[in-house]
Design a protein around this ligand. Structure first.
Ligand code: C2E
Ligand code: MG
Ligand code: MG
Length: 546
């Protein structure tokens, strides 16, 4: 039997007094980190006769009889008590949100009463978020404005609850400066393409207006992934936790990670960044249409390390094109390969953090141009870290076409001075033939790098030069041998077009690559004099050839 209206009215004051009405707390999670960054206070009535009553049972009754104000103040007080109880413990939480009925705004002492309670518990105003549902707020605009201004002026944040469920959502954004919108859970409930598009548009719009976003009602992994992909920075829902009584709530906090107060501003700044913007690196706001095809990532920079916090699908696709299986593999190259003395990408990130302006860097791998751009969107001296938003574009066709055509002409002229040019990738056990006018068997090329070298030595190199060639081209020691000079070169007799052995200059040069060890392998003709010298050396001083 559920409690009827009369029962609620008769027992409300008693329930308040006996603390049957309690604040439960539902954790709010920072999307990018998974840390608890806030909790919402939700009223519960634990009735001795009827068991647990939910807000839907008693709030409409209390509103109809002008009692809701008492409830809201009681819940605010319990919330401040919770803030205080946690304040000096290991499970300190810096923010709580509390629901207020629109009717509260009509009470002349509303603002003063809130401040009085919060101050009584010595909770900073910044810790309390005022949640108001969007319904009917437009009715008395002047009054709402007055109270909003007072709350804002005193350091409180004002959040709009159940955004998108009412009739005047957009009008509200026009009329008031909210700090955050809580997007109604109806959009998660029917998780259709249409509702996903709506949510993405709302988040996009909020970001363009400098308003933070939170999505309510996240229950599944799939919904979580979606919320991440559109850059909504906070989540509330059963996927993480239900509203919990004080004991369970404290236990929940003790188990997980809580966002430290000193990180709050940093993550809020990042929260303002719009992942859906078509010009994500532009400062200021731009007219944006909905799209997220730009390969975009958030990279956290700490002490010269770069850690990916987020990468969208387009970015991941480009990472794959670069030869990395995963973000982790890229991070490993980026952070742990000390052998890479030359790392422009890393320098660029540092520049982006130091200068605050957009940094850009182009490079070429295979036949693909990459443009890596970065801008710092938040940094904290105290935390010693900074967040950089990065785009990674590839240009096979389009914009760089003309540049590439020109470049190809010049490189063709350059190649013409070589018999054969290969790019060698020891880590991938692969090589790419860039250019060849020699007549070597293609089989070597198809075998993988190490087998290919063996095969080439046997099939193409003069028997007397073979052992020396294999020592020369030992890929596992190349790094060390080239460390100082950057290249090595020796003369060898290899097959020419007709299958005769002729002297050739073979050179291996280290390519200053961003992400992996790469070498340029070239075969070039020798002058007559050089040939004679090589001939003589082989006969009389072979040791000098090593
Ligand atoms: P709300 O402020 O939008 O609170 C969120 C509601 O969604 C809560 O219901 C919560 O239990 C529920 N919820 C959270 N995550 C999920 C989820 O993943 N899936 C589903 N299906 N539900 C989820 P609750 O506690 O029943 O509160 C209902 C409404 O009652 C609240 O909606 C709020 O408008 C109102 N309310 C609650 N406490 C108070 C209060 O102290 N004062 C006032 N004025 N209103 C309150
Ligand atoms: Mg709420
Ligand atoms: Mg809500």
């Amino acid at each position: 039997m559920s409690a009827n209206e009369q029962y609620i009215l008769e027992h409300f004051y008693e329930a308040l007094e006996k603390k049957h009405i309690k604040a439960f707390f539902q954790p709010i999670i920072r999307t990018l980190t998974g840390s608890v960054c806030c909790a919402e206070a939700l009223a519960r009535w634990e009735d001795p006769n009827h068991g647990l009553l939910s807000p839907a049972d008693f709030i409409p009754v209390l509103e109809a009889h002008d009692l809701i104000y008492r409830l809201d103040m009681a819940i605010l007080e319990q919330t401040c008590a919770m803030y205080r109880a946690l304040a000096d413990t290991q499970t300190f939480l810096h923010s709580f949100s509390v629901n207020f009925s629109r009717l509260d705004f009509a009470k002349p002492s509303f603002y003063e009463d809130v401040v009085h309670i919060v101050d009584a518990y010595q909770a900073p105003h910044e810790a309390i978020k005022i949640e108001v549902t969007e319904s009917v707020m437009l009715a008395d605009e002047a009054r709402f404005h007055e109270i909003f201004r007072a709350f804002h002026g005193a350091g409180f944040s004002v959040w709009v609850d159940d955004f998108g469920s009412g009739y005047s959502s957009l009008g509200l954004l026009q009329a008031y400066n909210f700090d955050l919108i809580k997007i109604d859970m109806i959009f998660m409930r029917d998780f259709t393409v249409r509702s996903r598009r709506l949510v993405a548009s709302i988040v996009n719009m909020a970001k363009e207006l400098d308003i933070l976003t939170l999505i309510e009602g996240v229950e599944t992994e799939e919904q979580l992934r979606f919320v991440r992909s559109i850059g909504c920075e906070a989540i509330q829902g059963f996927y993480y936790a239900k509203p919990l009584n004080s004991r369970d709530f404290t236990a929940f906090l003790a188990e997980g990670r809580i966002e430290p107060l000193k990180e709050k501003e940093y993550w809020n700044n990042i929260g303002h960044f719009n992942l859906l913007s078509p010009n994500p690196l532009e400062e200021g706001r731009v007219d944006s249409a909905m799209q997220s095809d730009i390969p975009l990532a958030l990279i956290e920079c700490t002490w010269g390390r770069g850690d990916y916090i987020f990468a969208n699908d387009a970015y991941l696709a480009n990472i794959h094109a670069l030869g990395f299986d995963s973000i982790q593999a890229l991070e490993h190259y980026f952070n742990d390969k000390i052998s890479l003395r030359f790392n422009p990408m890393k320098n660029m990130l540092t520049e982006a953090v130091l200068k605050g302006s957009v940094q850009e860097f182009d490079y070429v791998l295979g036949d693909i141009f990459y443009t890596f751009r970065a801008r710092c969107i938040a940094k904290s001296k105290e935390l010693n870290k900074a967040m950089v938003v990065a785009t990674l574009n590839t240009f096979r066709e389009s914009i760089r076409q003309q540049e590439r055509t020109d470049l190809r002409q010049y490189t063709q002229a350059l190649y013409a001075s070589y018999e054969h040019v290969n790019l060698v990738f020891p880590d991938r056990n692969a090589s790419i033939r860039v250019f060849s006018k020699a007549n070597f068997q293609t089989a070597h090329q198809l075998m993988g790098l190490r087998d290919g070298i063996q095969s080439f030595a046997i099939k193409e190199v003069h028997p007397d030069d073979r052992a020396r060639y294999l020592r020369f081209f030992d890929v596992d020691t190349l790094g060390d041998r080239l460390a100082e000079t950057g290249f090595i070169q020796q003369g060898f007799r290899v097959h020419d077009m007709e299958g005769n052995y002729v002297w050739r200059q073979i050179r291996i040069t280290k390519v200053p690559s961003v992400v992996e060890e790469v070498y340029l392998y070239t075969i070039q003709a020798m002058s007559d004099v050089s040939m004679k010298i090589a001939e003589m050396l082989v006969k009389e001083h072979p040791e000098l050839l090593e």
